[in-house]
Design a protein around this ligand. Structure first.
Ligand code: HPA
Length: 245
């Protein structure tokens, strides 16, 4: 089964015909919200809003382990994630949708593995390619089929948040090779890999990262919302096509 994880700007899927909601408990605690089962284009999918229904859980407090575990317990084998970012590379302007192929992780203090129990043997997953190539190909194909532009490479830097970055921090991320910055890419992708779930994310760009673009008054997140909502209409259209693959 396919799961869709929505982030900022995507707490609901308008094109989802909801059939049931399920409260799931996991050994790691409760996920961000009850899982929402339903159909898109006739296919059964499950939806989870990463920050909770009312968008109240900040990135560093999301229980990523519970979220991925809950989906796994329900038989999910594929996770199509949506994660809003700031654009570092000049091509990643607000409104662009990008699909990263690599990740940098600057987070700290997050519970980032299932393999830390005292009884469990340590396991080191391969993470050379952090996103599933098959699912990336499906995202790409879906966008192409509906004539939507998707930038199909990018390096996603995950920062701790919840504050946005300084201009100097963004300069450092760029020197490290990052083309976009967000706060939720990790440990979500790694946890999915640990459980053998295929995972790939697309990233709507909400803003120019700090010190980029021509804003004279910094990043006023609230001002981005209208723009982001328009981008999410396009994201939902890509998802509606993805589920047909
Ligand atoms: N930085 C970090 N995370 C983000 C940003 C940003 O500029 N925009 C959206 N998520």
């Amino acid at each position: 089964m396919l799961a869709i994880i929505g982030g900022t700007g995507l707490t609901q899927l308008d094109n989802l015909e909801i059939t049931r909601r399920l409260i799931v408990r996991t050994p790691y605690g409760e996920p961000s919200q009850p899982l929402i089962f339903g159909k898109i284009e006739g296919r059964e999918v499950v939806f989870l809003a990463r920050h909770g229904n009312g968008h109240t859980i900040p990135p560093h407090e999301v229980n990523y382990r519970a979220n991925i575990s809950a989906l796994h317990l329900q038989g999910v084998t594929e996770i199509a994630a949506v994660a809003t970012v700031g654009g570092i590379h000049k091509d990643l302007a607000p409104g662009v949708i990008a699909m990263p192929h690599q990740i940098l992780d600057y987070t700290h203090g997050r519970k980032n593995t299932y393999f830390d129990g005292i009884d469990l043997p340590v396991k080191h997953i391969d993470f050379t390619e952090p996103y599933c190539p098959n699912l990336r190909a499906k995202w790409e194909q879906a966008a192409k089929e509906i004539g939507e532009t998707l930038i199909t490479t990018g390096i996603y830097a995950t920062t701790q948040g919840p504050r946005l970055e300084t201009a100097a921090e963004i300069n450092r991320l760029e020197r490290d090779g990052a083309t976009m910055v967000g706060m939720t890419g990790m440990p979500e992708a790694a946890l999915a890999r640990e459980l053998g779930i295929s995972y790939a994310a697309i990233c709507p760009v909400a803003n120019h990262a700090a010190g980029r673009g021509d804003s004279l008054h910094g990043i006023q997140y609230e001002e981005l919302v209208d723009n982001l909502n328009q981008t999410m209409v396009r994201v939902r259209n890509i998802i509606a096509q993805l589920v047909k693959q």
